[in-house]
Design a protein around this ligand. Structure first.
Ligand code: IVH
Length: 719
């Protein structure tokens, strides 16, 4: 949320009289105290950290000049020197991933089939699954060393979380020391912090009575209660914890999921009693139906059931794809629905020029949230046709005035899933999708095989430019305090910021300009100074943020991280992309750099092509160069920490493999930090050759590259 710039009286402390200083000191004290309360007690700050720091600095400057104002009551004395706002960061030794979703019985059957195919199990072998309720709370990682709790961290973005050790020590369900013998030396237990529904209601009642924050649901109230700077507040909140998985573990006390859960119970954790070992798909579906029945009486919120392959050796072989394990899936409960009226259809133009229709709805409450608009995706979706060309909503189109069924599931954006035909107004007309861009008037065209209609005015369309800039400063990209959607829109309109690099030359240009930023409405000396400071702070940026900020199609946060981790430094990334861009897109591109890009686990051809197209456009490369010139540093990405005999080695698999499948070999190699390539080159370190290896083997021999049999490979990686 953007804070309103606070009016701070003239910075000129030197000129303050004693009486003025006293008044100003009092005003600052009250303001800082109010912010402290909102931040520490309510988890709901209304100013940015930079603005808060500016207030404190001003207070300190006044106290330096008028020391008699320093009393025990001054904020400068209460929290010690500049208090650390927020929590320290913790890098997870093993990332905290998410789960893939299943929404139907068929999805679950398909999941089990995938598992069997991957493991090459014959028809008699059906993998047993452990079914666990999917708790709707927040996940936590607890690190025990020699049995003692040493660190607790939230999930964060999955790679880096927040240090909440002190808070967690107040939760009764979480042991400070593990019980029993044979405790692994290093052991990271993971699970969910949650609040019982009755405790949530009682807490809200008390909060309302005290005129304090009222939480929207048990999940938010658990999160807000855990993330408190004042640990005594956490201690007073009825937080609970279920253990269900683990991160780093020096030895495993059991070799099955259910065995691990039993061990967790013996070690002193609470394990969900509604957990069941199921022998096949029918058994898990039966469990799902039972839990769905019991859902309302469980006492806590769940949003589905998680199924996990029981055998841990199989879990290991299955490994991960992109951000979720292949050995587990979340079977979600059906979404909540409501009926309302479609008042209109607006067209938004995104940063890639895509025209996205948005439903304007008569506001309606769906699952506790007021919904007034919903995405309609594209032209076909309005017509009642899905991505795959098959009818959705039974092929019924959407018309303005229709009574529609709106659905939302968890955090998913609301969708219009049905039309009540009986209520369709007689005069309702089919919606005509615009063929020109509503913002710049350029033709909007739809390419063959594409569902999306795009504005063709890439370089002249203000909507695209503004959306690209908004993306550039957004939270997962450059995340510049004080430069949000609203400011971007205004600065663009006034010609101050037309491209990303302009953000970083703003101060230089402002110094030369007659009409200074300071004179703009809503700005004063302090807010301008803070804005420039916030921009300067981002002249040093993490590589994945930079890649994400470029706004390349299909390169979201996850792919940006994969690319950053793979290439390590900005220079390596850029050089590789420029090399790949020389070869065009798709199979026609035979450059080694393109092969390598395509072979990064989790990055497919669609993403690779989008990145290559970006770098093939000289104007993009030029703009990127200008941006880099204004930055001080692009921080290299953290490489996977674990070292293994094959970390950073490039491996190629060829021939028919008998001990493992190709996918499995690739997943294992990547987990151990190796790069898996599709073709042999000078950069290849090992060629693992199965039976009937052909040209790759010949080439490897020619280049003198180490050739391994499947057994050699297993020996090398220690399996
Ligand atoms: S296992 C590798 N088991 O669901 C993934 N997750 O969508 C390991 N969750 O972030 C997660 N109950 O916060 C697992 N019994 C359960 C769970 C559970 C709730 C949450 C967890 C995770 C999210 C994934």
């Amino acid at each position: 949320m953007m804070a309103k710039p606070k009016k701070i009286s003239p910075a000129d402390i030197a000129k303050l009289t004693r009486a003025q200083a006293k008044v100003e000191h009092m005003r600052l004290t009250l303001e800082i105290e109010a912010h402290n309360e909102r931040y520490y007690q309510k988890d709901a700050p209304t100013v940015s950290d930079a603005e808060y720091d500016a207030l404190r600095q001003r207070l300190l400057a006044i106290e330096a000049k008028f020391p008699e104002l320093v009393t025990g009551e001054s904020p400068s004395q209460k929290v010690g020197a500049a208090p650390a706002r927020g929590f320290a960061k913790v890098q997870h030794a093993v990332p905290m991933l998410s789960l893939g979703n299943a929404f139907s019985d068929a999805d679950v059957t398909e999941f089990v089939e995938r598992v069997r195919r991957f493991l090459k199990l014959d028809t008699e072998h059906v993998p047993a699954l452990v079914a666990e309720p999917k708790i709707d709370g927040l996940s936590l990682s607890l690190r025990y060393e020699n049995g003692e709790l040493v660190r607790a961290a939230t999930r964060g973005d999955g790679f880096t979380g927040e240090d909440v050790t002190a808070n967690v020590r107040t939760i009764k369900d979480i042991p400070h020391a593990l019980k029993g013998r044979n405790i692994p030396a290093a052991c990271e237990m993971r699970g969910e912090v949650y609040m019982l529904k009755k405790d949530f209601l009682e807490l809200n009642r008390k909060q309302a009575e005290a005129d304090d924050t009222v939480f929207a649901n048990p999940r938010n109230s658990a999160a807000g209660s855990l993330r408190q700077k004042d640990v005594s507040i956490t201690a007073s909140r009825p937080l609970k914890f279920f253990a269900y998985t683990w991160g780093e573990m020096s030895e495993r006390p059991a070799d099955t999921q259910h065995g691990m859960l039993e061990w967790m119970g013996r070690a002193g954790f609470v394990v969900n009693p509604r957990t069941r070992l199921c022998k096949d798909v029918d058994a898990v579906l039966e469990f799902y139906a039972e839990i769905a029945q019991e859902r309302a009486t469980l006492g806590y919120d769940i949003d589905g059931v998680v199924y996990k392959v029981d055998r841990l050796d199989w879990q290991d072989r299955l490994g991960f794809v992109s951000r979720s394990p292949r050995w587990a899936i979340a079977h979600k409960f059906a979404a909540e629905q409501a009926m309302t009226v479609l008042n209109g259809i607006d067209i938004q133009v995104g940063r890639t020029g895509a025209l996205t229709p948005v439903a304007r709805l008569e506001p309606v409450t769906v699952g506790g949230v007021v919904v007034s608009n919903a995405t309609l995706h594209n032209e076909d979706y309005i017509k009642g046709i899905g991505n795959d060309g098959n009818p959705i909503r039974d092929g019924v189109d959407l018309r303005v005035g229709d009574t529609v069924i709106v659905q939302r599931a968890g955090d998913v954006i609301p969708q219009v899933v049905g039309v009540v035909m009986d209520k369709r107004p007689k005069n309702a007309k089919p919606y005509k999708f615009p063929e020109t861009c509503p913002v710049c008037g350029s033709h909007a065209v739809r390419e063959e095989d594409e569902a999306v209609r795009r504005c063709t005015g890439a370089l002249i369309c203000p909507a695209q430019a503004v959306e690209r800039l908004k993306h550039f400063v957004s939270r997962l990209a450059f995340d510049i305090d004080g430069l949000g959607d609203k400011q971007i829109q205004e600065f663009y309109r006034d010609g101050l910021v037309m491209s990303a690099v302009d953000i970083f030359t703003l101060q230089k240009r402002d110094a030369r300009s007659q009409s200074k930023l300071m004179q703009r409405e809503g700005y004063g000396e302090t807010s301008v100074r803070n804005l420039f400071a916030a921009i300067d702070a981002r002249r040093s940026i993490e590589l994945h943020r930079l890649i994400y900020a470029l706004g390349i199609r299909h390169v979201g946060e996850g792919n940006a991280k994969l690319l950053a981790r793979h290439y390590g430094t900005f220079e390596a990334f850029r050089d590789a992309m420029l090399a790949a861009a020389k070869g065009g897109t798709g199979e026609a591109n035979t450059t080694e750099a393109y092969q390598e890009l395509n072979d990064i686990g989790g990055v497919g051809e669609i993403v690779a092509d989008a990145v290559v197209e970006f770098f093939a456009e000289p104007r993009n490369v030029k703009a990127l160069g200008q941006l880099i010139d204004e930055l001080d540093e692009v921080k290299p990405a953290e490489r996977p920490r674990k070292s293994s005999p094959v970390s950073d080695k490039t491996v190629v698999f060829t021939g028919s493999l008998t001990k493992f499948t190709r996918d499995e070999a690739k997943a294992v190699a990547e987990r151990l930090g190796a790069k898996v390539a599709g073709s042999v080159s000078k950069k290849t370190d090992y060629l693992v050759a199965g039976e009937d290896a052909g040209s790759k083997l010949t080439k490897a021999r020619e280049l003198g590259i180490a050739v391994l049999s499947e057994d050699d490979w297993l020996k090398l990686i220690g399996e």
